[in-house]
Design a protein around this ligand. Structure first.
Ligand code: ATP
Ligand code: MG
Length: 476
C-alpha cells in the first residue's frame, strides 16, 4: 500500500462561494431536496488535469454511451481541499450490468452494494450506480433492501437518481459530485459549507445511519483524523455509545477498515479518536486491556511511536507494511500471554509460538488477519528473541533472514521505551555499521583474525548493500 493521500497538491482550498450559492442544512429526516447548489467551473478548483487519466476515461466512456457520469466521494472532497485523492469513485445512472458491458477490464463486485470495478493495471476505478431512497426505513423497505433486526443494512441495491444518491451517502463532504458533462460541482446536502467549516456531518439521522452501517463510525473517525476536521455535535454524540455495533461487522471488513485508519495518514489522530470514543476496544480488545493497565505510558508510547513512524513514512512516500503495524498493535498482548508460560518448562521459542497462536486466535474474532500478514508478523516477533544473541555465528546468519530488517526496526521501536531493548538495539546498530571484517572481529576477535574464516564466508546481504539506514518498516 502506498501513501501520499495526505500530501497537498496545491494551496488553494475552496474558492470563495459564489453569490448565488444556497445551502441546505440536511434535516434529520432524510428528505431529498431536488435543487442542488451548483458551483460553476470557474468557481471551483477541480480540473480534469488533477483527476487520474483512467478515471477521466471511464467518465467519458459512460457519457459517450449516453449515461450520466460524475466524480464523487473522496476524489471531489480531496481535490476541493487541494489534497491528492487516494482513489477516484464514479457515480452514474448506468446499471452495473451496463457498466460491465462498456468495459472489458470490468468486474462486478459486492453483495451489500453491487459495484463495478474497472481495472487499469494497479488502479481500480470504482463505478457505483445511483442509489435510490426506498432503503430509508420509515415506510418500510422496498425490494432490493435487506436489513437485520437491529436495522443494519445487509444489501441495498435499489437504484435511483443523483439527488437520491446524494442522500444515501455517508457524510456531507463525501456527497459532492463533479459532473463531467459541464464540469460543475453539485451539492445537494450542504457539503461545500461543511468542507469550508472543516466539519464531519452525517447525512440524515446519525444514530439511524450508524445503525444501518456501523462502519460509518470508523469512517467518521478516519475522515476527522485524516482531514483534521471536527465532528458536528449530532454526528459525534452517538459515537460514544454505539461501539458495540461493530461486533456485527464481518471481521474481513473491519480488517480493511483498520488498514485504512492506520495506513493512509493521520494514524495517531485516528488512534487517539478511536480510544476517546471507546471504539478501539471493539477492534483490539486485548490491546485495549493492556492499554488500560499501562505503567508510565507504556505500552501506549510504543504504539504511538509505531503510528507516528507510519505517518512519516507515508509523508515521504515510502511503503508501509500491515504486518509491522499488527506486530506493534499486538506486541503487548503477546507479552502478557507469554508471562504465565515461562516456568512451565517451555523454551522461549515454544512460549512465543504458543502465545502468538493464542493472540492471533483471539484477534481474528474481531478483525481478520490474513496469513500473508500474520506470518511475517510472527517472524518479526520471533526475531526479537533471536536478536538477543550477540555472540557466535548466529548474528551473521541472522543478517540473511528475509525479515531481518523488519525485526531490527521493531527492536529500535521497542528500544524507545525499554532499556534492555535499547542496549540490544545499540549493539545491533553498531554491529551493522561495521564492515564485514569488523563484524567478524566483533563476534570472534581472536579466532577470526587467526583463521581468516570470515573472508571465506559469503558476504551477508546487508553488507553487500552497504551501510543501512535506520527506518521502521521493511521494504519487503
Ligand atoms: P477515501 O477513498 O479517501 O478513503 P472516500 O470518501 O472516497 O474516501 P470510499 O470508501 O472510496 O471513501 O467511498 C466512496 C464514497 O462512497 C464515499 O465518499 C461515500 O460517498 C460513499 N460511501 C462509502 N462508504 C459508505 C458507507 N458505508 N455509507 C454510505 N456511503 C458510503
Ligand atoms: Mg474513494
Amino acid at each position: 500500500m502506498t501513501g501520499g493521500s495526505a500530501r497537498r497538491i496545491k494551496n488553494s482550498i475552496i474558492p470563495p462561494l459564489p453569490h448565488h450559492t444556497r445551502f441546505y442544512k440536511p434535516s434529520l429526516k432524510a428528505s431529498p431536496i431536488p435543487q442542488p447548489t451548483i458551483i460553476p467551473r470557474p468557481e471551483h478548483t477541480i480540473s480534469r488535469a488533477n483527476i487520474s487519466p483512467n478515471a477521466v476515461k471511464v467518465l467519458y466512456r459512460l457519457r459517450e454511451a449516453g449515461f450520466r457520469a460524475c466524480l464523487v466521494g473522496g476524489g471531489v472532497r480531496d481535490l476541493l481541499l487541494g489534497r491528492e485523492p487516494k482513489d477516484f469513485d464514479i457515480a452514474t445512472d448506468a446499471r452495473p450490468e451496463q457498466v460491465h458491458k462498456l468495459f472489458r477490464n470490468c468486474r462486478l463486485i459486492g453483495r451489500r452494494f453491487r459495484l463495478a470495478h474497472v481495472q487499469f493495471g494497479q488502479e481500480i476505478v470504482e463505478v457505483a450506480t445511483f442509489r435510490g431512497q426506498s432503503g430509508d426505513g420509515e415506510d418500510g423497505d422496498g425490494p432490493g433492501v435487506e436489513r437485520t433486526a437491529s436495522g443494519r443494512i445487509l444489501s441495498d441495491n435499489v437504484y435511483g437518481n443523483i439527488e437520491e444518491d446524494a442522500w444515501r451517502r455517508d457524510f456531507t463532504v463525501n456527497a459532492l459530485y463533479y459532473d463531467i458533462d459541464n464540469f460543475v460541482v453539485l451539492d445537494y446536502v450542504g457539503g461545500i459549507a461543511d468542507l469550508k467549516a472543516g466539519l464531519i456531518r452525517l447525512i440524515g439521522d446519525p444514530a439511524q445511519r450508524y445503525q444501518e452501517d456501523p462502519v460509518r463510525m470508523l469512517r467518521a473517525i478516519r475522515f476527522a483524523a485524516k482531514l483534521g476536521f471536527r465532528f458536528d455535535p449530532a454526528t459525534e454524540a452517538p459515537l460514544h455509545r454505539l461501539g458495540n455495533l461493530l461486533e456485527q461487522i464481518p471481521s474481513a471488513r473491519l480488517f480493511d477498515e483498520v488498514l485504512k485508519l492506520f495506513l493512509t495518514g493521520g494514524a495517531i489522530q485516528a488512534f487517539e479518536l478511536l480510544r476517546h470514543y471507546r471504539l478501539f476496544g471493539w477492534l483490539f480488545p486485548a490491546t485495549e486491556r493492556c492499554l488500560n493497565h499501562q505503567q508510565q505510558h507504556y505500552p501506549k508510547t510504543l504504539l504511538v511511536r509505531a503510528l507516528a513512524n507510519t505517518d512519516s513514512r507515508l509523508a515521504e512516500d515510502k511503503p508501509v507494511n500491515p504486518a509491522f503495524l499488527f506486530a506493534a498493535l499486538l506486541w503487548e498482548p503477546l507479552r502478557e500471554r507469554m508471562k504465565p508460560l515461562h516456568g512451565h518448562g517451555l523454551s522461549d521459542t515454544e512460549a512465543l509460538q504458543t502465545a502468538a497462536d493464542a493472540v492471533i486466535q483471539d484477534q481474528i474474532r474481531h478483525t481478520a488477519l490474513p496469513r500473508r500478514y500474520s506470518l511475517p508478523m510472527r517472524e518479526i516477533w520471533d526475531l526479537q528473541q533471536r536478536l538477543t544473541v550477540t555472540a557466535g555465528k548466529r548474528p551473521l546468519r541472522l543478517l540473511d533472514h528475509p525479515r531481518f530488517r523488519a525485526g531490527y526496526d521493531f527492536l529500535l521501536l521497542r528500544a524507545e521505551t525499554d532499556e534492555q531493548a535499547a542496549e540490544l538495539a545499540d549493539w545491533w546498530t553498531r554491529f551493522l555499521a561495521l564492515d564485514e571484517p569488523g563484524r567478524a572481529q566483533a563476534l570472534q576477535p581472536t579466532k577470526t583474525t587467526k583463521t581468516g574464516k570470515s573472508r571465506r564466508r559469503r558476504k551477508p546481504r546487508s553488507a553487500r548493500k552497504g551501510p543501512q539506514d535506520v527506518s521502521l518498516h521493511p521494504e519487503t
